[in-house]
Design a protein around this ligand. Sequence first.
Ligand code: WT7
Length: 633
Amino acid sequence: MSYRITDFDQYKRDYDLSVQNPESFWENVAENFTWDKKWTKVQSGNFSDANIKWFENGKLNITNNCLDRHIPTKANDLALLFIANSPEEIDKRFTFKELLDEVSLTANMLKAQGVQKGDRVILYMSMVPELLISVLACARIGAVHSVVFGGFSAQALAGRIEDAEAKLIITNDGGYRGDKIIPLKNIVDEALLLEGCESVEKVIVHKRVNNIINMSPERDVDWDAAREGMSLNCPAESMDAEDTLFTLYTSGSTGKPKGIKHTVAGYMVWAAYTFENVFQVEENDLYWCTADIGWITGHSYITYGPLLNGKSTVMFEGVPTYPDASRFWQIVEKYKITHFYTAPTAIRALMGCGDEFVEKNDLSSLKVIGSVGEPINDEAWHWYNEKVGKKKCPIVDTWWQTETGGIMISPLANITKLKPCFATLPLPGVRPVLLDEKGQEITSIEAEGNLCMKHPWPGVVRSIWGDHERYKQTYFSTYPGYYFTGDGCRRDSEGFFRITGRVDDVINVSGHRIGTAEVEDAIDQHHDVIEAAVVGYPHDIKGQGIYAFVMVSKNATEKIKEEIIASVVKYIGPIAKPDKIQIVKGLPKTRSGKIMRRILRKIAAAEFDSFGDISTLLDPEVVEEIKSGAILD
Ligand code: WT7
């Protein structure tokens, strides 16, 4: 049996089946996997009770499905290809058997360090094979992995450690990123001095860059030393279908980052199913996703999706512009990459470097190219199509979110008709609707509205770690009975979907999701800041840039802007640095004290003629003042 869709008629048939009888549809898909014990109920719960379960009472381990299951037929096939930051450094290859051995050994090491089923393990690492191995090692023993992207600061890391009550951290001494070294272990040390991180008992340190680090004798353990003498045999823990597989922190419109909780069986089925059908990878192809495992894309489409389908995956440690802007294309040529999956921000940045970089290399191996993370603009779509895909590779523009676990709306490569900048059609199991301001479903085909989902799919987020109330509030309270994505969307006359971007206070900077409230909090930490308001504005390369309007006290010096940036770097990390900071005398507030961000967004976008109704403002004059000081460049 297989769950591969091979043509558009089958897509339509499968889509209809998945809507008419979701339970029998997903049961058939799930039967392709290895289970220790079969489920008793395919699906229960809904978007009203917020108690969604898939494959209830089933028992399984996702690593059996990623690794052991393929050993009889693929033991010596390539599972993981690691490409280092420096083009001079030799690559590393792991067959399925070798990867299974590494994962088993590492799993035994974690057990020996005291990690038990259900414990949370934070992975704060660069893109080295040991990261992917550690992810799977956690999954093998039922520990909850929580990967924290290496660009987050000590404070941000500490917040996640505290929220997860993590028992153990795995890190590198440092990570290569282009010509820089990120001092990961030092950042862990700094985080662990902060309040709230007392749960951490051990820090395992993998040496990658050989910089000087401190090893705290009771707490820190060298990766190699810890793994010495460990057995290569580690039977996989039999997990309940709804046990937590991982949490991954992401930003919302309010409050601290949320630990998005995904559970074993539903996530597995969704990651596997969507990978297989969107990318259509065949034997002897080589698929490469350029994301970092610190984000959901790296979980679902570097780690789990490919391996679950017995396909090889590529991990690239470096950045697209090091040593120069042809690095991606050198890799495509050298390894004859057939499937290439990246973010619009990378495409735009490389487009800006000039065509000579993309024209130097032979890209004829490419068959399918993908885009993820943010809306792709028309110019970037066409450049990608012409210069990279040479007009012969379908572009799969994949819309999804950390919360959805996997791709939701996307063309299936070589199956779905393409339309520039359209994510096109929903995958089987996905029932998108557009709601108007009143929360009514818009029934006309051609429409624009807020994108919601009508029915649970296997990969949907199950909870927010430690705060189920917030889960209900965030996703199911805006439009009762629906899952609200936070995105706006258009549907054309053929029913094709085009995502227009966030409609809430989340900004998408280079495909990184950043909450305006979080940046405001970081700016407010500065003692000379009275109040800050942060909005996104259109940015040529990053998609959106961060614009901060800040009221400061009389004591602020001319260094205030630098200090504000330093504060954001300290509390969140360099990815959330404001691009523009405007010092203002006041912020536009309603009589009830709410900041009117709508106006600030207009000013930041240099749209000065259409503020709409500002009569409810407490002090309409501040608008003039802010307008006259707007940073336009
Ligand atoms: C938000 C989710 C999906 C994994 C990486 C980002 C935006 C994502 C697209 C796309 C237009 C997109 C949405 C979404 N987004 N993919 N193909 N077209 N917008 O995951 O950090 O959870 O962010 O990214 O606004 O809500 P994330």
